[in-house]
Each structure stands twice: as structure tokens, then as C-alpha cells.
Design a protein around this ligand. Structure first.
Ligand SMILES: [Mg+2]
Length: 113
């Protein structure tokens, strides 16, 4: 039985999807191509928000992007789980400011990233 909260099982499902469609063989793991696909999904997320679509539609488009992100970790051979927690730790040390009425958490010029 699948653990819906498990990064490892999500990654395995995406790996199986790549294997089934032979992404590695047919250039589906090329990062330039993958960036274009991620931009496409980001546009679909944007359209959900700007066109007032349902939360169901928004969640599906966010899932599309998450699947592509997991697939990009496979393609570029990095540990996204480890990167996520490393970045969250970095973010936890940052401060927030109100910028034009919206909260922003950033390093505010201390370093890039
Ligand atoms: Mg989509």
C-alpha cells in the first residue's frame, strides 16, 4: 500500500512513468525541454488563478508541475528531498518585509538564492 506522504514513493511513481515511456531514450530527460514543460505548467497554474478556475483545476496543474519537478530531479540526478529540507532550513533563518502590501521572505541582498 502506498504512503501518500512519502517522497520516496512519489519519486518511484515518477521514475516508473519515465521508464514506461522511455524518457531517457527519447530525450524526455533533456533539461532544456523539461524547463519548457515546467514553464507551460506554470502558465496553466497562472491561468487557473487569473481566470478564476476551480481549486480542483488549480490542484491538478500544481500536481503537473510537481511531477515535472520530481522528474527533473531524476533527469538531472539530484536529491530533491534533501534540497528541499536544506532550502527550508535556509529560509527559516531569513527575515520578512512588507513590499507593496505583500509579505516577502528573502535574504534582502545578503546573498543570492
Ligand atoms: Mg497541466
Amino acid at each position: 500500500m502506498k504512503n501518500a506522504d512519502s517522497y520516496a514513493e512519489m519519486l518511484q511513481a515518477v521514475q516508473e512513468f519515465h521508464d514506461r515511456h522511455e524518457f531517457e531514450k527519447y530525450v524526455g530527460e533533456d533539461m532544456v525541454y523539461r524547463v519548457a514543460l515546467m514553464a507551460e505548467e506554470l502558465g496553466e497554474i497562472s491561468a487557473c488563478v487569473s481566470k478564476g478556475r476551480s481549486i480542483d483545476q488549480l490542484s491538478e496543474e500544481c500536481a503537473d508541475l510537481l511531477i515535472l519537478l520530481l522528474g527533473s530531479a531524476i533527469a538531472a540526478k539530484f536529491d530533491l528531498n534533501e534540497a528541499f529540507w536544506r532550502k527550508m532550513e535556509k529560509l527559516s533563518g531569513r527575515s520578512s518585509r512588507m513590499i507593496k502590501g505583500r509579505i516577502r521572505v528573502s535574504d534582502f541582498g545578503e546573498s543570492h538564492g
